[in-house]
Design a protein around this ligand. Structure first.
Ligand SMILES: Nc1ncnc2c1ncn2[C@@H]1O[C@H](COP(=O)(O)OP(=O)(O)OP(=O)(O)O)[C@@H](O)[C@H]1O
Length: 328
């Protein structure tokens, strides 16, 4: 087995009486994008800041590339790149200047021009920080985390505050960064982001790990209901509803039939994984042909609901990188 690049064992971190991280363990293999997913306040940032040697743990061990980051926090300075939730740069520094300045802090930095190209910033290299868009600032913050040529990068809430297109572009970029050989620890409260990017992940809630695995494995491991949504033309929707209601009352694989809110003609049928086998013959018998059929895709949100009993609420926040001017 390959040695893990990051290894966290029984990590515990408190702030006074507040237990922010409680018995958290995970290991990250070389070249992985490993996710730490959870709602706001779950303890994600505390866990990675402690792992990076920026905070003292109250218990447990943290290693990066074999270095004990609690005992020797500076040992990983040149191999670990950290992009934290909020960083401040001077309004007037340009993107190119910032990258070259930070490159000077490292013994074997990345080539600033290559980094600008990797992060689609070449055309914005001469723009002052205050004039960069949210997405460009975000990409610059990732570039600054990568400028030391790290083997491991921690990216914390990297798409918070970005519009959907900028988020998707950032996801493509993270794939590109991983393709250069960097192992990535991705902290996020966005379920879709974790599902799209992570090879494996832990879900944290209230400081504890509540689920761990690949996104697909966690979703496929969910027991229980499947939902099929059917859309019917106006003239047949009433008849279809009757057939499906009868099915719910009589068929063991069908538990619920509901009209979808705000979508005329759409009916959702919920039941066991065999629900489709019940629905199709019943509609065929009545010669009721739906205009559209889709299954409701299960996501990590369903995993969160299954393990915590709570619905996951995503809250977007301020852009992650702010100028000094923005702070006033
Ligand atoms: N410096 C601090 N002093 C006291 N409590 C803190 C401190 N930093 C974080 N906390 C508390 O510890 C808990 C975990 O916070 P943390 O920031 O690690 O969570 P998170 O999952 O990263 O959430 P977010 O994405 O909102 O930052 C929260 O209840 C938070 O209020």
């Amino acid at each position: 087995m390959t040695e893990p690049v990051v290894e966290v064992r029984h990590l515990r971190k408190t702030y006074g009486d507040k237990v922010a991280v409680d018995d958290v363990s995970f290991a990250v293999s070389p070249g992985e994008i490993f996710g730490i997913l959870g709602p706001n306040g779950a303890g994600k940032t505390t866990a990675v800041e402690t792992l990076a040697g920026m905070r003292r743990a109250d218990g447990g061990t943290t290693h990066v590339l074999g270095h004990d980051t609690q005992k020797h926090p500076t040992a990983v300075r040149d191999v670990l790149g950290v992009q934290l939730q909020e960083a401040t740069l001077h309004d007037k520094i340009t993107a190119g200047e910032a990258i070259r300045l930070f490159a000077g802090f490292y013994p074997a930095p990345a080539d600033p021009d290559e980094l600008l190209a990797l992060l689609d910033l070449t055309d914005h290299a001469d723009k002052q920080f205050r004039n960069l868009s949210g997405g460009q600032k975000q990409r610059l913050s990732i570039a600054l985390a990568l400028v030391g040529n790290p083997q491991v990068a921690i990216l914390d809430e990297l798409t918070t505050g970005l519009d959907p297109q900028a988020r998707r572009n950032t996801w493509d970029l993270i794939d590109r960064v991983r393709d250069t050989g960097v192992t990535i620890l991705l902290v996020t409260h966005f379920m879709d982001e974790a599902e799209r990017l992570c090879d494996r992940l832990v879900v944290i809630d209230g400081g504890r790990i509540v689920a761990e695995g690949t996104p697909r494995g966690l979703i496929d491991g969910l027991e229980g209901d499947r939902t099929v949504v059917l859309r019917f033309a106006d003239e047949v929707v009433g008849a279809a509803r009757e057939v499906l209601d009868r099915l719910a009352a009589t068929h063991p694989d069908v538990t619920r039939v509901e009209e979808m809110d705000g979508v005329p003609g759409e009916i959702a049928v919920t039941g066991t994984p065999r629900v489709l086998f019940a629905v199709v013959p019943a509609l065929a018998e009545a010669d009721l042909v739906p205009d559209d059929v889709r299954t409701v895709t299960r996501t990590l949100e369903d995993v969160f609901l299954a393990v915590t009993g709570r619905t996951y609420v995503e809250q977007d926040e301020e852009p992650a990188l702010v100028t000094e001017g923005d702070r006033s």
